[in-house]
Design a protein around this ligand. Structure first.
Ligand code: F6R
Length: 355
């Protein structure tokens, strides 16, 4: 039962990373801050696949909002297939990979380093090729992840990004803001523990959805990474075709898919995206959609057909680390309810080597 225990391990993994990972992350931030302040680093390029790519989406919002640094998601095949090395002047190149093994991700980071760009590997294997390719390494220290589906390494990747951005803010002179953000991060582990209490409700929700053959998952802003990750977990664990969209993109076309009774999960986080999600939730209600809401506000779930409430109290920028936990539990129970062993997703291996 690796999957369930790895999901349950997330509060301890987070507490360990906050405690033991911070000194190395602070040192990286101290080294990089001057290069950001001088304008030498003008943007971040992130190479990642699958679940780790969803951590990169989180980084787009956090680096953008907190440091006003644009984050570009790499197209790794440019170098691995097309042998085209981008001009990486001005970039901070980050590779995110729990295994640190996919050659296309390693090559992208290696290209950055060759060109003299600062490079960071965020990985659960500090002895991996990715770690060797990068100048700096953030070791997730999550312990072995044996289940094919990534869970604890995903939340650890998000947390590593939150710690790095907060440390950079501090090193750039925004000390008071960084102290407040760091206090919010320190409050995370018990909130993750409380989020595990959604399991019984997640099992009930899974039973409700088990006989469906398609699902849409929508999130906005900081909720978008969770929508992407939940949809991936539903596909690989439960073989349920689940399409993720940003709430904005969803209105630009996919909305035409829905009809009365269509199951749609709304990922809701208290904060700046909430009003927009209120409007979408109301509109979908008018269309007769079966709205399944995952939110930190009970009122959002009460106003929907079904849902899961995860713990309140964290700022919006940290909620992606918590909001995926009920989603992981839901996807695991969805697999079980559909008669599928979530420990053994068919056709998949723990490490996928893409070029
Ligand atoms: C999904 C999953 C995969 C991996 C992807 C990248 O649960 O595990 O999508 O996230 O294969 O793997 P790493 O992070 O090892 O590069």
């Amino acid at each position: 039962m690796s999957l369930r225990s790895e999901i349950a391990d997330q509060p301890a993994v987070a507490a360990r990373l906050i405690d033991q990972g911070s000194p190395a992350i602070d040192a990286i931030a101290t080294r990089l801050a001057g290069r950001i302040a001088s304008g030498e680093i003008r943007y971040v390029l992130i190479a990642a696949r699958g679940t780790s790519d969803h951590a990169a989406i989180y980084a787009q919002y956090l680096f953008g909002q907190r440091l006003r640094l644009p984050v570009a998601l790499a197209a790794p095949s440019l170098i691995s297939l097309y042998r085209t090395e981008l001009q990486l002047g001005g970039a901070l190149v980050i590779g995110i990979s729990q295994s640190g093994r996919s050659p296309d991700i390693v090559e992208t980071v290696a290209a950055g380093r060759r060109q003299g760009a600062p490079t960071i590997a965020i990985t659960n294997d500090p002895a991996s090729d990715l770690a060797a390719a990068a100048e700096d390494v953030i070791d997730l220290g999550a312990g072995p992840e044996l289940a094919v589906a990534a869970t604890k390494t995903y939340t650890a990747e998000l947390l590593a990004i939150a710690l790095l951005v907060t440390a950079l803010r501090d090193a750039l002179g925004e000390h008071a803001a960084a102290v407040a953000d760091r206090a919010a991060i320190d409050a995370l582990p018990p909130v993750l523990t409380a989020a595990l209490d959604t399991e019984a409700a997640a099992r009930d929700l899974a039973a409700r959805v088990a006989d469906r053959n398609r699902l849409i998952v929508v999130g906005r802003g900081y909720g978008y990474a969770t929508a992407r990750e939940l949809a991936l977990k539903a596909k690989e664990l439960a073989r349920l075709s689940a399409d993720p969209y940003s709430a904005a993109d969803f209105l630009h076309g996919p909305l035409a898919l829905v009809e009365p009774g269509f199951p749609l999960i709304l990922i809701r986080l208290s904060g700046d995206a909430a009003a927009d999600m209120d409007d979408l939730q109301a509109r979908l209600g008018e269309l007769g959609v079966e709205r399944i809401v995952i939110s930190d506000r009970a009122a959002d779930v009460d106003a929907a057909e079904a849902g899961l409430v995860y713990p309140r109290g964290l700022p919006e920028w940290l909620l992606p680390i918590v909001s995926i936990v009920p989603g992981q539990l839901f996807a695991m129970h969805l697999a079980i309810a559909r008669g599928i062993d979530p420990e053994e997703p068919r056709w998949l291996r723990k490490v996928t080597l893409t070029r």
